[in-house]
Structures are given as structure tokens and as C-alpha cells.
Ligand binder design. Structure first.
Ligand SMILES: [Cu+2]
Length: 414
């Protein structure tokens, strides 16, 4: 027995000493289809990454709800764009979506592009992973790329001053805090007395087999289950509860005579164009090699526009792959989620021309973030092809293709 205990203990110590610092908050947990086929994030920036308590941090970027939204999920209708951080370590003070102030949820559609700007104040000191996220009703929160933000103490407690409609300024960090705490405790104590009364001296719970035999409205006076004295005490507790409600209503009406119901502001943001739609793509299959972390995507493209276009980026879920130099890669988003893109053949596609293109990306992020379906009933990936012409005019084209892991290739490829 002692041997076994010692063994269990030593294994427990071994495991706990091996645990590394949790570096993220579970963004890899979602299935690949839930990341790739739903939304794509691009141009995400979190600045600055080193602040003091009370300083602002701004998250900007764009998210597109893809046309490839899985039919197994509810269609996207109501959504909420939000910073995703570990707990209340920041306080959101402003959110713009497509240029419009958006205090709450918005109405969204498949194919919609949502450019966001969120300003939040650093609240708790620490080293935090900050993501943008879009919470879609019926589906859950889909995460964008994350960036580490370090918040240092500022020597002063956090304050969140807001100006009310009557011109008065209150600090939301502490406003009404003490009253809410004590009032909730008073309600809790009434409940606690009720619970202890019926469980400790009364045996109503410990002798469940007996009490279960009685009809619902039977006080069972012959076995002394519920006595007139019990009725008296319970009436008293109910009376105190009603009294608390009345006191609460009167106090609120007297102390806050000017009130406004909580406001709901919901609207569909102004549409943003993905481009002129004159570039047509047709998928020709993709492969993923687990041993080398390499994703290869084949497709055919036809430029129906009037000017030559070049492929600049491939955007999938929270990652962006860039056909460009270091500077262009830094501009594409947080470095952990940005990789190099090889386009073969590279170079502008002339107006009216068709071309077969192969994209190649080698990056650890595919497996780290679980972006590639390796053993799923539907082996599909989707992402955005970002084309640009000489004038800088952009076209975002969604490409969905079937993915075959290379270890299976010989059996399944024709
Ligand atoms: Cu994270």
C-alpha cells in the first residue's frame, strides 16, 4: 500500500514538474473545419505591446465570413466582435466596425467583411495573449491571431471614468461595488439559513427514503415532518425576502431618480467590397505533408479584369502567408501567425490570361494551431487569395479545396 502511494506521488511530482508554462488559451482546441471554412482574419495588429496599467491598447484588423461556411453549422446572423484575453485584464472602451461605433452585437452575413478597431485599457499587470475574436450565435467564438502584450504596474490603481448623461463622472471600476456586494450577501444569507434549516436538524434529506413516500402537499404531522413552528420560520424568511425587494425598489427609485433602460444597438455594418470580382479561381486539390509541415495548394486562375494582377497573400483562418520580403511579412500580422508563401509560377497575370498555380507553405503553425484536417470526414480547407494590381487595387477571392494528407496519397490520388 505504502509502495503504491509512493509511486503515485512520485509520478504526480514528475508530471507537475514537467508542466511548462501555459503559453496560450486553447486556441488550438477547435477542429480544423471550424477554423478554415468559417472565417479568415487578415491585417491584424495589436499595438503597443508594452504598456502600463491604465494605458490604451488598440486591436485593428479585418475578418471575412467565408462563403464556404459549413452547412453543418447554423448560418451566421448575429455576431459580436471582441478582444479575447485571459479574464478581465483589459477594459474595452471603444469598438468600431466598418467605421461605425458598435457597442454590442451586429448583424452579419456570409461573404461579409468586417474591419474592426477596438481600444481597451490595460487593467491588470501581467503578460497577456491578446486576440481578436468573432462570437457567432449558434457557433461560438472564432479566434484571430494572437499577440503578447506586457502590462507593467503604473503605481496607481486602475480607474475607468465615464461621463453619464447628466454630466456627472463616475469611476466604473468601483461604482456601486460595495452596495452590490453587501446586498448580494444579504440575499445569500437568507438562502443559506433556509438550506441549513431543512438539512441539518430536520433529516428531510438524510431520510429521503421516508420523505419520498409522502404526497407532495402532506406535512405529515403524525411523524412530525413539517410542524407549525417550521411554517412560522419559513413565513418569516419569505417575509424578509419580500421586504428586501421592496426596500431595494424604494432605495433605487429614491437614489437614482433619472434612469434609462439598458440600450441595445444592433445593426448591419456598411458592406465592404472584396474587389471587383473579375478574378475566377478553380481548385485543383491540395496536399499536406506532416513530416515537413508543408501545405501545397493547386488551382487555376483566370484574370477577367482589365489590368494585370499578382497574388500577394494566402490567408487561412488566423494565419497569413506572404509572397514578399520581411517588411511585407511584418505588416501582415503577429509574427507567430505569418509565414512565407511560394507562388509557382510567380509574377503578374495578364488580362484575359489563365494560369495553373501551385502555392507552397512550410510552417509549424499548421499543426500547432490544428489548421489541417488529417483524419476528418470532410477533408476540406478554405482561405482567401489576395490579389493586387499595379495600382494597389485588391481582390479577395475565396478558394476551397479538397486536402489529401501525403501519407494517404498513393491510395487515393488517381
Ligand atoms: Cu492566445
Amino acid at each position: 500500500m505504502r509502495m503504491r502511494l509512493a509511486m503515485v506521488l512520485s509520478i504526480a511530482i514528475l508530471i507537475s514538474s514537467y508542466a511548462t508554462r501555459a503559453l496560450a488559451h486553447g486556441e488550438a482546441a477547435d477542429e480544423p473545419f471550424l477554423k478554415d471554412l468559417t472565417v479568415a482574419y487578415y491585417d491584424v495588429h495589436v499595438t503597443p505591446t508594452q504598456v502600463k496599467v491604465g494605458d490604451p491598447v488598440t486591436i485593428t484588423g479585418s475578418v471575412k465570413i467565408l462563403e464556404t461556411w459549413p452547412y453543418t453549422l447554423d448560418p451566421p446572423q448575429t455576431a459580436y466582435i471582441t478582444p479575447v484575453v485571459p479574464g478581465p485584464c483589459f477594459a474595452l472602451t471603444e469598438r468600431l466596425i466598418n467605421g461605425e461605433s458598435s457597442p454590442g452585437s451586429i448583424f452579419v452575413d456570409k461573404g461579409g467583411i468586417y474591419q474592426f478597431k477596438m481600444v481597451m485599457l490595460a487593467r491588470n499587470p501581467g503578460h497577456w495573449h491578446v486576440h481578436p475574436g468573432i462570437a457567432i450565435q449558434g457557433t461560438g467564438t472564432l479566434l484571430g491571431p494572437g499577440e503578447w502584450v506586457t502590462v507593467d504596474p503604473s503605481g496607481q490603481p486602475f480607474k475607468l471614468d465615464v461621463t453619464l448623461l447628466n454630466g456627472k463622472t463616475v469611476d466604473l471600476e468601483h461604482f456601486g461595488g460595495a452596495f452590490v456586494w453587501w446586498w448580494s450577501l444579504a440575499g445569500f444569507i437568507i438562502g443559506l439559513i433556509w438550506m441549513l434549516y431543512w438539512t441539518v436538524p430536520k433529516r428531510t434529506v438524510t431520510r429521503l427514503a421516508v420523505t419520498m413516500q409522502l404526497p407532495v402537499n402532506d406535512d405529515a404531522p403524525d411523524i412530525g415532518l413539517i410542524t407549525p413552528r417550521d411554517h412560522m420560520w419559513m413565513d418569516l424568511l419569505a417575509g424578509i425576502t419580500v421586504l428586501m425587494l421592496i426596500v431595494g425598489w424604494v432605495y433605487m427609485a429614491a437614489k437614482y431618480p433619472v434612469r434609462l433602460p439598458q440600450q441595445t444597438v444592433r445593426f448591419a455594418p456598411d458592406p465592404i467590397s472584396p474587389g471587383d470580382g473579375l478574378i475566377a479561381v478553380h481548385p485543383k486539390g491540395s496536399t499536406f505533408d506532416e513530416k515537413t509541415d508543408t501545405l501545397v495548394i493547386n488551382f487555376q486562375v483566370k484574370n477577367n479584369g482589365a489590368s494585370p494582377v499578382s497574388l500577394k497573400q494566402y490567408i487561412m483562418a488566423m494565419t497569413t502567408f506572404v509572397d514578399g520580403d520581411k517588411q511585407e511579412m511584418a505588416a501582415a500580422g503577429p509574427s507567430e501567425y505569418v509565414g512565407q508563401l511560394a507562388v509557382d509560377p510567380d509574377g503578374p497575370i495578364a488580362p484575359g490570361a489563365s494560369r495553373d498555380i501551385t502555392l507552397k507553405m512550410t510552417n509549424e503553425v499548421f499543426l500547432q494551431e490544428r489548421l489541417i484536417p488529417l483524419h476528418d470526414p470532410q477533408q476540406l480547407i478554405a482561405g482567401l487569395l489576395r490579389f493586387q494590381d499595379a495600382q494597389g487595387k485588391e481582390n479577395l477571392v475565396t478558394l476551397k479545396s479538397v486536402l489529401v494528407p501525403t501519407e494517404f496519397q498513393p491510395q487515393y490520388l488517381p
